[in-house]
Write a protein that binds this ligand. Sequence first.
Ligand code: 7TS
Length: 419
Amino acid sequence: MSVIPSIVEKSIIRFDVDQVRKDFPVLFQEVYGKPLVYFDNAATSQKPQVVIDSLKKYYSEYNANIHRGVHFLSQKASQAYDDVREKVSGFINAKSEREIVFVSGTTEGINLVASSYGRKNFSPGDEVLISTMEHHSNIVPWQMICEERGAILKVIPISDSGEILMEEYKKLLNSKTKFVSIVHTSNSLGTVNPVKEIIQLAHEYKIPVLVDAAQAVLHEQVDVQDLNCDFLCFSAHKMLGPTGIGVLFGKINLLESMPPYKGGGEMISSVSFEKTTYNEVPFKFEAGTPNIADVISFGVAIDYLLTSDRKAIAEYEQKLLSYAIKSLSDIEGIRFIGTAKKRTSLVSFVIDGVNALDVGMSLDTQGIAVRTGHHCTEPVMDRMKVPGTIRDSFAFYNTMNEIDKLKEGLIKAIRLLKK
Ligand code: 7TS
């Protein structure tokens, strides 16, 4: 990566965004005759050339199914695939690579835990806690399993600024609570939650906690041992990797206690019509041919991030955030939704008298990609009493100049729409 990795250099911030941008080919194009400004990074990040190249290399040089062929290609693919599990384990500081289950993304990770852990452990009258600011993927799987098991889904309220009300959370914890599932960083408000404290409080009641880290892993170092979370999920495509692959981390004793989620090849130890026995963790949860190519290129994305100066990146992204808040604040009629003290690099807002979708479409014609709507967090929109927001989510390859273009674009859109 183009960020200078030397320890000596790291003591002063030298983050060269122009160099970094060269790693991301998609950024160098025009949309409707305008240079692309990509501000939809919370939906999916762009991919560096090395990640793109690794997919091509796999398919053109060593495509083979893994863990079942004695031949050269299969062994090479198996080794590359297995190496990534170890890499992911190091990336989030898991105790062992056995705690890493490959899934298709955050959504599948949460569904796996809700189905497998929930079906085994929830009984009628038990309570499951989530917060108002969850993505739908951390709401619906819990609703489904609660309905099936007769358990009750309880919701931790949030403040007007979009922060978890910790006193309310404490009041909701009790001996009937069987699980807490909480988002690390909100995709629609930008709030970074005090997850470590949330986990500590739940553990006082011996309640396991799942952390949805989909929006966290690109922007900060997430350490599962430091957090002491029981489960954690994230998606590769939001952290420079390909779509279709993600991670469920689970503490080994919990994963071992859980029944399989899907049946098929790879997840078994032996099969007969009388009795089938299951493979050990994590393979017990990985039925069928896995997403080999995407796992391998996910490993390349992790390497890219690990060889970069993540502290410098985080500081740069916070600068982008401050700059955006400051410069967009003087747009007439703007109201930011989500003003928590600790926030990731995204802004979400509404503008008086104009529809968010119309603004998004107008920005698109100017080459600026933003997201509008409820961002799969409808309860957040209800809580904030807005139908949807305009969301600009930044990554380290974005620039202050692009934020200036966004401001100009917004002013132009408002002028056109208010006519
Ligand atoms: N959790 C959070 C906090 C998210 O932001 C998302 C996706 C998910 C879970 C689901 O991730 P997936 O990879 O399984 O789909 N968020 C968004 C978004 O903000 N815009 O598009 C997808």
